[in-house]
Ligand binder design. Sequence first.
Ligand SMILES: C[S@@+](CC[C@H](N)C(=O)[O-])C[C@H]1O[C@@H](n2cnc3c(N)ncnc32)[C@H](O)[C@@H]1O
Length: 210
Amino acid sequence: MYYQKRAGEYEQIYQKPERQADLQQLKAYLSRQWMGKHIVEIGCGTGYWTEILARHCALVTATDIHQEVIEQAKLKAYPRQNVQFEIMDFYHPERRQPRLEGLFGGFVWSHVPLQGLRDFLLLCLDQIEAGAELIFMDNQYVEGSSSPIHRTDEHGNTCQLRTLKSGETFEIIKNFPDKISVQQSISDLCTDFEWLELKYFWAAKFKKPA
Ligand SMILES: C[S@@+](CC[C@H](N)C(=O)[O-])C[C@H]1O[C@@H](n2cnc3c(N)ncnc32)[C@H](O)[C@@H]1O
C-alpha cells in the first residue's frame, strides 16, 4: 500500500545531495555484474536500477508486487528492449523453468521482517540456477540523513514512520543490517560472500552453491 501510493514520488530518495557519490559507485558496481545474462530483479519499483541492469544484461525480468510502480518503471529508457515486467510477490515467486542466471534486489532486504528473512532467501535461491549470483543493495543508517527509527518491534525489526506528500503516514519495517549479520544470514545457504561498504549504502553479493 505504501509503495503503491508512493510510486510517483519514490525517486526523490535518490536526489539527496550527500548520497550522489555513493550512488555513482553503486551504479558502476552494478554495471560490472551479470554481463550478457538473464536475471530476475525483485521489487524493481520505478526501475531506477532496472535501467542500469538493462544496459549490459541480456534480459532483465523486472518484477514487483505493485502495478503502479511497474507503470513508472516502464517509462524508463530501455534501448535494447530487453526488459520484461511481471507482477510478482517475492514471497510467492514464479516457479521459473529454466531457472535464471542471477537475482538482484535493490532496497528490498531492509523491508523483509527478520523472522521471515530465511524463507525469503530460500525463495530467492529457488528462482536461480546453481552457481548463479545474487546481489542485494540497501541503506546504511546515517544520523541526519536517514529517517529516524521510530520503534523496534518484538522481533527486533526497526520501524520508521514515512509521510507522503498527501500527508498520509505509514509505519514500515526498515532494518539496517551490518556486514556480519548479512553474512550470517546466508552462511549456510550460499558461498563466495562479498561486501561493498559505503557511507550511505551497502551491497552484498553471494552465490548459490553449484
Ligand atoms: C524500497 S522499494 C525499492 C524499489 C527499487 N528496487 C529501488 O531500489 O529503487 C521496495 C519495492 O519492493 C516492492 N515490494 C514490497 N513488497 C513486495 C513483495 N512482497 N513482492 C514484490 N515486491 C514487493 C515495493 O512495491 C517497492 O517497489
